[in-house]
Design a protein around this ligand. Sequence first.
Ligand SMILES: Nc1ncnc2c1ncn2[C@@H]1O[C@H](COP(=O)(O)OP(=O)(O)OP(=O)(O)O)[C@@H](O)[C@H]1O
Ligand SMILES: [Mg+2]
Length: 282
Amino acid sequence: MISCNDLYKNFSDKMVLSGININVGAGEIFGLLGPSGAGKTTLIRILTGQLAFDKGTVNVMDKNVLDLSGDDRKKIGIMMDSFGVYERFSCKDNLKIFADIYGVPHDRIVRTLEEVGLGEAASRRAMDLSKGMRARLQLARVFMHSPKIMFLDEPTSGLDPRTMKQIHSMILDKKNEGCTIFLTTHNMEEAAQLCDNVALLNEGVIAESGAPGELVRRYNHQKKIRIHLITGDDMELPQDAESAGMICALMKEGKVEAIHSSEPDLETVFLELTGRKLEEVC
Ligand SMILES: Nc1ncnc2c1ncn2[C@@H]1O[C@H](COP(=O)(O)OP(=O)(O)OP(=O)(O)O)[C@@H](O)[C@H]1O
Ligand SMILES: [Mg+2]
């Protein structure tokens, strides 16, 4: 549904994206993970046809992004910064403007506001919304015309854990309805929970990509099994046949409280590949 090949983008003489290759299949949630300044928003702007690029090819829904028709663009939903939010207008009027542009019947407006949990705030002005409510309004704007592809630039950035969870569940609902979702985040837990595939972007270059589980297994250099015993002691065993007997005996004796494998998390993989943390600024 979304692909780019050998994509390059410079701003003046500063290289911002270099040799980017991405392939996102239909119905997939794809996460672009990278620290501040890595080039995530720039890539979304290119993939949505908002920004020109210097070299490479970009295809969306099997068409060159530069050749998408007005009808094709209606199949795309974009959430980024304050894109499409009219501050002085109420939530309802914000969606009304958008519904008229996209030819969406007005009865969808209230339903969509209710879907994102803004039913009671329908008459509140955008400028008076909390951060979480604002994110919901932006999602409502994306959801209302039932796009086939959604681009969500840091959809949960700065939100409290409860709102974040609710937004995750809305995103998963859209995936279950068959939508393809491209999102960016600095939050590796979010990426691990939501995404079928991720790409780790650092200073405009993709350092690694793949399914989150497969990536962390690929970087599991230690190959250890950690056992927490009911006595409170911890044991670390090599991941081999010899350990199997010992683990089996401990379990039969009812001594095991928890068993963990030694895979790193995505943050640790990113650190190993780039020497930096996802929360850093490029
Ligand atoms: N219009 C522009 N003109 C010049 N440089 C730009 C422009 N837009 C972005 N940049 C630069 O490109 C680089 C990547 O920026 P981008 O906004 O894509 O990063 P990001 O990964 O989205 O960061 P964040 O997580 O902070 O949103 C940064 O160094 C930024 O300063
Ligand atoms: Mg950004």
